[in-house]
Design a protein around this ligand. Structure first.
Ligand code: SF4
Ligand code: SF4
Length: 452
């Protein structure tokens, strides 16, 4: 166990009953989470099923790093068996990706994510916060992004030369906002189904390839979308790290800004923004956002079907497809139940073929970047990502068809995801351990597709 953990915490997590999770529970026997009780942890039986699936625990082997161990700490804190030590409790609180795999397997139906987010929120209110988080928080509140970048640079990615499609969407968005502000247009007068693209901080400031690809795909599909020149950070990182009190202001700002424009549907390329709108924004507006939410992996197949469009990957053929394996992002899968649509989308693309990894859908392993672990515990995050890469390679090794074996030898296959954080973390791990393995976002494949 990490030396930094307090003696109290060590005592708690090593003195309970033996943890027995030696096999995965049968999905059919699992109990659905029944409540959102902040004290769900009281129902923890220390069965240990969650220990088996927790990628953090299976990297650190520290008892406080999986749900059962953390629940034991919470119970002991409540009974005042251990003292709340601000400095020593930080790792026990933050070394969790909030990936939700423990919630999926918990036979007691504990909503572990609710428990852990409450734990973080309570800790922050008591003054516990890693130093790096304070910097991040200050940047979000001041600059409306976590990267210490100027708010006015948010749309630098879409000048007319680097991304003309995004540039046009920006001009349409600015003109639309101007007309609404000056009363030249009322939201109720808008007849078309108005689509807005919520870009998000990471795609805007760090991963322009996503915002550019998304703009080009929407344009190719004939969707006349707008972007929001007044967009602020969605607040995802604040929610996940216990800073919910600061995030609420962003929720109200973004919702009001979008509502005023009369937008009917928001599309996202960022799984983090999408899940924050779907879960937190819906919660704070009591399920009445006033506009639809779609991630690109949902929007593209939906519009393709509506318009009768076929999709063809221009770099390969039906006979010689690009073999991809899909990594389910926690924020799309376990958070929002989006499992089928990305697979359906890949199936729709002529020239691309999907092979599943062993751990997929509800039991997908986290990439290691969630819950602030990337920012606060970089090394652990990279170790976790590496195990996901091992599985990607293993999935190919299991393939029997000769053609696919040939394809492996060409190194043409790629690991795709639909979350910028998964892409970045898995790409970083690949660059250190498997440099021949391309890790890309699904939108980058779609960018090379024709829609006809
Ligand atoms: S959180 Fe659930 S799965 Fe984990 S030890 Fe407790 S009861 Fe078992
Ligand atoms: S949310 Fe993920 S990282 Fe956190 S305890 Fe559960 S399985 Fe482990």
């Amino acid at each position: 166990m990490n030396e930094k953990v307090s003696e109290d915490v060590k005592k708690v997590v090593t003195s309970g009953p033996t943890v027995s999770g030696m096999f995965a529970p049968d999905q059919e026997n699992l109990v659905e989470p029944t409540s959102k009780s902040e004290e769900d942890y009281e129902r923890c039986t220390q069965c240990g099923y969650c220990r088996l699936v927790c990628r953090v625990y299976n990297t650190t082997y520290a008892e406080r790093d999986y749900a059962g161990g953390r629940n034991r700490i919470l119970k002991s804190l409540k009974k005042k068996e251990i003292a709340f030590d601000k400095e020593k409790i930080i790792d026990a609180i933050y070394q969790c990706m909030l990936c939700g795999n423990c919630r999926t397997v918990c036979p007691s139906g504990i909503d572990t994510l609710e428990v852990f987010q409450t734990y973080r929120r309570t800790a922050v209110r008591k003054g516990v916060m890693p130093e790096k988080l304070q910097i991040l928080k200050n940047s979000i509140l001041t600059n409306k992004n976590p990267f210490l970048e100027s708010g006015t640079d948010r749309f630098n990615w879409c000048d007319s030369q680097s991304c003309n499609e995004g540039h046009k969407a920006y001009e349409r968005g600015a003109e639309h906002a101007r007309k609404i502000a000056f009363g030249e247009l009322k939201p109720s007068d808008i007849e078309e189904h108005l689509v807005g693209y919520f870009v998000g901080c990471t795609s805007a400031y760090r991963n322009n390839e996503l915002s550019t690809a998304t703009s080009r795909i929407l344009d190719k599909m004939g969707v006349k979308f707008i972007v929001f020149p007044d967009e602020y950070c969605c607040g995802s990182v604040l929610f996940r790290t216990g800073l919910e009190d600061d995030a609420i202001e962003l929720v109200h700002y973004n919702v009001d800004m979008i509502r005023k424009l009369g937008v009917n549907e928001i599309v996202f390329s960022c799984a983090g923004c999408f899940s924050t709108f779907t879960t937190e924004y819906n919660k704070f507006t009591e399920g009445d956002l006033g506009f639809e939410l779609s991630h690109m992996v949902q929007f593209v197949p939906k519009v393709a079907k509506q318009k009768g469009l076929k999709i063809r990957y221009t770099k390969r053929t039906k006979e010689d497809p690009l073999i991809v394996t899909y990594h389910d992002p926690c924020h799309l899968g376990r958070y929002c139940n989006v499992y089928d649509e990305p697979r359906e989308l890949i199936d729709m693309i002529e020239g691309v073929k999907l092979i599943e990894m062993k751990h997929n859908r509800e039991m997908s392993w986290c990439c290691g970047a969630g819950g602030g672990v990337r920012a606060l515990y970089g090394e652990i995050s990279t170790d976790i990502a590496s195990t996901r890469l091992d599985e990607t390679v293993a999935c190919w090794e299991d393939i029997n068809e000769d053609r696919l074996k040939e394809a492996i030898e060409t190194n043409a296959e790629v690991l795709v995801s639909a979350c910028v954080f998964c892409k970045n973390n898995l790409h970083l791990a690949a660059s250190q351990t498997k440099p021949d393995l391309p890790v890309i976002d699904l939108s980058q494949i779609l960018e090379d597709c024709e829609f006809y």
